[in-house]
Design a protein around this ligand. Structure first.
Ligand code: OGA
Ligand code: NI
Length: 349
């Protein structure tokens, strides 16, 4: 244990061997979106997406329209950036004013993650609340941080984000239809969207039995679209029993998962699954999640169309931007208490 800083050590019940059964046959669905071109198959695709959102909260898509060379360009330029000396990287370090850019001290549930990251806002500049205080109506503007080297980094990121956002909104339409709602039901929530994307770099780790690349967590967003390389390590906890399953890397696929906002909007019909990243001793890994987030003033609460007297709302509403600002404070350091979670908004019955 000498070679691992204690801030990385997971509690025994959260380590990579807990509740994980190797060689399980059940797999997360891989859905071919080119089938949407066949009018006779569209309804099947929508139902398969709906089933996956309910059962796993995870699925993969292929033939999704995000060009693989756009993703490759981000990967190539960011590798050059991560290889730079630390004094270069910290010139674009994330801080409490603009919480984007480079960061290597992220904590998930108060344990440090074995990774370094670079975060980019989709909208630049972007509007967020000035504080987490519900009474404070002040807003402020935050901006991306771009490194001077390598050249082309910004262009590669902006191009990838444009494609990813387009696919995210298309998937939302399919999800909306799968719920029996109009195609554009979610549309207005994204006018001032706070979406961002992240490039995760997981270096080889001397003690993958004790540390994780990302500790168990749920994404706080609406949906996430994740590009992962061929190394593997992402795992999802099955809704029915909490057993961990690997998300197999599929070439050029994107992994889609449901976040907290969607879970609340659907009053728990769709599932925001816990997931985590297991690291290894020999191979570094890259992944690029795009987190689709609503505008700061959107109220996240169960849709009236999806609740009834038999299925009353399970959550009180919250303002998305306030939640985000409050959550962000805990990413920087170990807090004495657990950070804000959606269960804090559960209706007590
Ligand atoms: C995340 C995440 C998974 C991965 O960044 O929220 O879950 O495979 N990443 O990197
Ligand atoms: Ni995640």
């Amino acid at each position: 244990m000498d070679d691992l800083d204690p801030t990385f050590i997971q509690a025994p019940e959260h380590r990579s061997d807990s509740n994980f059964i190797p060689n399980q046959p059940e797999e997360i669905p891989v859905i071919d979106l080119s089938r949407l071109g066949d009018p006779e198959d569209v309804q099947n695709v929508i139902s398969e997406i709906g089933d996956a959102c309910e059962k796993w909260g995870f699925f993969q898509v292929i033939n999704h329209g995000v060009p693989c060379d756009a993703r490759e360009r981000v990967e190539e330029t960011v590798k050059t950036f991560f290889d730079l000396p630390m004094e270069e990287k910290i010139k674009v370090k994330r801080d409490e004013v603009n919480p984007v850019g480079y960061h290597d001290g992220e904590h998930t549930k108060n344990v440090r993650d074995w990774k370094e990251v670079f975060d980019v806002y989709f909208k630049d500049p972007m509007v967020i609340p000035s504080s987490a205080d519900p009474e404070d109506e002040g807003l402020r503007v935050v901006c991306n941080k771009w490194p001077q080297f390598p050249s082309g980094f910004r262009e590669a990121c902006e191009e990838y984000a444009t494609h990813a956002e387009k696919l995210a909104l298309k998937l939302l339409e399919l999800i909306s239809l799968s719920l029996g709602l109009p195609k554009k039901r979610f549309h207005d929530y994204f006018k001032e969207q706070m979406s961002f994307f992240r490039i995760n770099h997981y270096p080889p780790c001397p003690r993958p039995d004790l540390a994780l690349g990302v500790g168990h967590h749920k994404d706080a967003d609406v949906i996430s679209l994740l590009a992962q390389d061929e190394v593997g390590g992402l795992q999802v906890s099955r809704r029915s029993d909490g057993v961990w399953f690997p998300i197999r890397p599929v070439p050029n696929a994107l992994v889609i998962n449901i976040g907290n906002c969607m879970e609340i909007w659907t009053n728990d019909k769709y599932w925001s699954a816990e997931h985590r990243v297991v690291v290894n001793t020999t191979r570094e890994r890259y992944s690029i999640p795009f987190f689709l987030l609503p505008s700061h003033d959107v109220e996240v609460k169960p849709f009236e169309e999806l609740v009834s007297s038999q299925n009353p709302p399970r959550y009180k509403g919250y303002k998305w931007g306030k939640f985000y600002v409050s959550r962000n404070k805990s990413d920087f350091r170990k807090l004495e208490v657990q950070n804000i979670q959606i269960d804090d908004f559960k209706v007590v019955t």
